[in-house]
Design a protein around this ligand. Structure first.
Ligand SMILES: [Zn+2]
Ligand SMILES: [Zn+2]
Ligand SMILES: [Zn+2]
Length: 219
């Protein structure tokens, strides 16, 4: 066939006594190998070559070229990457849809929530986001500013706050067991034991605690 007849010519050139001719023939043989891509076929053509040294170096060159077929496959993976990019573009429509969904719930909840304090239960039609924050900072009997860091915390959760999250940025320190035991269940304001029942606990802090400066005395 075509390759074999080419190789017959190349082989004669590879056996030439002229180095320049052998060099050109080597280039031709490599070009042929790149077209055929069959190392066994090429080495069978060259098996009866009368210049073994030329044959050996040529076969070594063929083996080093074996990377070429792999390189020619590269267009396939890069095509796959292109299709992945297409999928990403389709996915891009998703987040924008989610953003639209996320817009509505906060607007609805903000209109209802701020009228009633979630801590002390005080209901005030004038409560909005700003006055509610002011209530937390100044009035709410269930809350208190931590004197060790300035953060507003729930009175009942002060002991845990001091041990787990207080950054102690102020000089003031609460006396023990506050700041030492996170599971201290006494009232951090007066030291009396707090009732386990949440309603009774709330009643103590809001109305009965002698140590709570925000205490609301029932009329
Ligand atoms: Zn409150
Ligand atoms: Zn603190
Ligand atoms: Zn108390």
């Amino acid at each position: 066939d075509y390759v074999e007849s080419c190789m017959q010519i190349v082989k004669k050139a590879l056996e030439s006594s002229s180095g320049a001719v052998r060099s050109k023939a080597t280039e031709l043989a490599i070009t042929l190998y790149e077209i055929v891509g069959d190392l066994q076929l090429m080495s069978s053509y060259l098996s009866d070559l009368k210049t073994p040294a030329v044959r050996d170096s040529l076969l070594a060159a063929f083996e080093s070229i074996q990377l070429d077929p792999r390189q020619s496959r590269n267009p396939l993976p890069s095509g796959a990457v292109g299709s992945v990019g297409g999928i990403r573009q389709l996915g891009g429509a998703g987040p924008s849809g989610e953003e639209m969904l996320q817009l509505s719930p906060p607007l609805g909840s903000m209109e209802v929530e701020p009228r009633t304090c979630q801590f002390c239960g005080r209901h005030d039609p004038s409560f909005d986001e700003e006055t509610m924050d002011l209530h937390f900072w100044k009035d709410c009997p269930m809350l208190m500013p931590c004197d060790q860091c300035g953060q507003v915390v729930e009175v009942a959760a002060l002991a845990e706050h001091l041990v787990t999250e207080c950054d102690q940025s102020q000089d003031f320190r609460y006396p023990p067991p506050l700041g030492v035991a996170a599971d201290f269940t006494g009232c951090p304001l007066c030291g009396e034991p707090l009732p386990g029942d949440p309603a009774a606990c709330k009643d103590h802090i809001m109305h009965r605690c002698g140590g709570n400066p925000r205490r609301v005395v029932p009329a």
